[in-house]
Ligand binder design. Structure first.
Ligand SMILES: C[S@@+](CC[C@H](N)C(=O)[O-])C[C@H]1O[C@@H](n2cnc3c(N)ncnc32)[C@H](O)[C@@H]1O
Length: 174
């Protein structure tokens, strides 16, 4: 489209784009972006080491097959493993939280809190809402709480210890 109508449309598109750029985005704050970068780098380093280890141990039989472990035993056995959402997946969690503006976000499996930081950033930028996340591994719960704090995203988050399948016990039945 050309002429005054086209110019008005282009101007309006520019306004929308600059408004979006100007909108508060916790993910771009140095504190949150820095902590996410640190966590993703640590997860990537660990993944590379794990891949090398797996290649070295190929063919050997584990002491106890994973299928024989309970969820808690498995979570404890993997208490050092990040297994995070991807950066793109995290951005999607943030965008969905911003779009849906939920009062309550429920997450199963906090791990080290990477996905929780994205959800919390969405809730913070919405100006309302809380994130409830649950994790079986005690070591991970401690690490996630510290990581959320370092990211400046712990305000709206409750990390609960326990089985995510028992929702009523960790949201107070609401
Ligand atoms: C794939 S990781 C989660 C990754 C995390 N959401 C992130 O993006 O950083 C899955 C996590 O779920 C936890 N988990 C497994 N079964 C669970 C259960 N029944 N209740 C709560 N947490 C559980 C594991 O200990 C593990 O830390």
């Amino acid at each position: 489209m050309t002429g005054p109508a086209g110019a008005a449309q282009a101007l309006s598109r520019r306004n929308v784009a600059s408004t979006l750029m100007d909108m508060t985005n916790t993910l771009t704050s140095p504190q949150t972006a820095g902590e996410l970068a640190r966590l993703f780098a640590a997860a990537q380093t660990q993944e590379a080491a794990h891949t090398r280890e797996e290649a070295e141990q190929a063919g050997s039989t584990p002491a106890v097959p994973e299928e024989q472990l309970t969820a808690l035993e498995l979570a404890n056995a993997r208490q050092d493993v990040y297994m995070p959402v991807s950066a793109e997946g995290g951005q999607l969690l943030y965008a969905l939280t911003r779009a849906a503006r939920p009062q309550t976000v429920v997450e199963f499996g906090t791990s080290f809190g990477i996905s929780t930081i994205f959800l919390a950033a969405g809730v913070i930028d919405n100006g309302a809402g809380r994130v409830f996340s649950t994790e079986l591994s005690t070591a991970k719960i401690h690490a996630a709480r510290e990581n959320l704090h370092q990211a400046g995203a712990d305000g709206p988050v409750t990390v609960l210890a326990g089985d995510g399948m028992e929702i009523s016990s960790w949201t107070g039945g609401n």
